[in-house]
Design a protein around this ligand. Structure first.
Ligand SMILES: *[C@@H]1O[C@H](CO)[C@@H](O)[C@H](O)[C@H]1NC(C)=O
Ligand SMILES: *[C@@H]1O[C@H](CO)[C@@H](O)[C@H](O)[C@H]1NC(C)=O
Length: 332
């Protein structure tokens, strides 16, 4: 009986390895490719642009602030590997008006050719207690983080389908894999990207277009410093359980995974654990990835339960502390 089971297992794994080349996409060559990066004037977006430029790509940077765009363009141009390479800057708010985004993408395609890769980095984070976050912020975050990724993707997809090639990257977050204290406005916008990515990937895979969702941890960027100012104590204590990453390190991993056409892109050991835990019905592009998920999931769930316990106790401790200090204020 045991022998039979073992034989089945071996046959199954062999079969998987045989079909593996059939499901793995051909890597995209960045030399001479046109890469559009939204939110490209700072943080992870700028580093993604640098990484692609270093590999010979032509870049369109899209962001709101014209001054920052010019600055970023100068920085990126230092990394050119040939004198044909161009960095085009377009200043627009990609979360407001779809027609405007469509026009901007058209302009970029007229100047630098069809888009080979779109990296949706534009986004922002707000942290706070649910009842203290200004009510308009819920809609605004959904606009920037979700619609701001839908619009550019929608504007490039038809040309990609016609050309039977392309890559689209959504930059989600570890907060798009689990909900944490303080992120009632932010997390849902990042979860939404995952749903979009899964549905879109199923539609466009026959057209040789691959979608990547990146789940970076806390990353040392201007956006993070801004978010840091309003973070509740609980959120700070909880996020201390993972380390602060550098933007260039995160960008390198994102570009590598996008070139490969991997659906998931994560950084570090906790990133690895989270993407295994939350793989759900997401697509795989290599058999080894699928096997890793099957083998590690149960174990990671046990570790996750310990983390959850410690997060809950942080939240409880903070509540008791606040309660006590309020009481002492009243008696004083
Ligand atoms: C975030 O704020 C804490 C203090 O609340 C500070 O120690 C830390 O350096 C800040 N981190 C960043 C990246 O700004
Ligand atoms: C997710 O992507 C990372 C690389 O970015 C990889 O190391 C890891 O194995 C992937 N995890 C899963 C569960 O596929």
């Amino acid at each position: 009986m045991l022998l039979l089971a073992a034989a089945f297992l071996v046959a199954f794994v062999l079969l998987l390895y045989m079909v593996s080349p059939l499901i793995s996409p051909k890597p995209l060559k960045l030399a001479g490719a046109h890469v559009v990066v939204t939110g490209g004037s700072s943080g992870i977006g700028k580093c993604v642009a640098v990484e692609c430029f270093k590999q010979g790509a032509f870049i369109t940077l899209v962001a709101r602030d014209e001054g920052k765009l010019v600055q970023a363009k100068k920085e990126i141009e230092k990394y050119s590997i040939n004198d044909k390479q161009v960095v085009l800057c377009i200043s627009v708010d990609i979360s407001k008006d779809y027609r405007q985004v469509e026009n901007v993408i058209k302009q970029a395609q007229e100047k630098l050719g069809p888009v080979d890769m779109l990296v949706n980095c534009a986004g922002m984070a707000i942290a706070g207690n649910f009842e203290e976050i200004e009510i308009d912020k819920f809609a605004r975050l959904m606009e920037i983080n979700y619609l701001g990724s839908v619009y550019p993707s929608r504007a490039v997809i038809s040309t990609m389908k016609e050309r039977r090639m392309g890559r689209i990257v959504f930059v989600s977050s570890q907060a798009g894999q689990l909900g944490l204290f303080g992120y009632t406005a932010y997390s849902p916008t990042k979860f939404a990207l995952r749903g979009l990515a899964e549905a879109l990937q199923m539609e466009v895979k026959p057209y040789n277009i691959y979608v990547t969702v990146a789940y970076p941890p806390d990353t040392d960027t201007p956006g993070f410093a801004e978010e840091n100012k309003t973070k509740p104590l609980e959120t700070k204590l909880i996020s201390e359980s993972s380390s602060l990453c550098q933007a260039d390190q995160v960008a390198r991993v994102i570009v590598k995974d996008a070139i490969q056409g991997n659906f998931n892109s994560s950084v570090g050991s906790d990133g690895y654990m989270l993407s295994s835990l939350t793989c759900g019905m997401s697509p795989v592009t290599t058999i080894t990835e699928g096997l890793q998920q099957v083998v590690t999931m149960g174990l990671f769930r046990i570790i996750a339960l310990f983390y959850l316990g410690s997060f809950d106790s942080i939240v409880r401790r903070c509540m008791i502390q606040k309660h006590n200090s309020q009481k002492s204020c009243k008696t004083d």
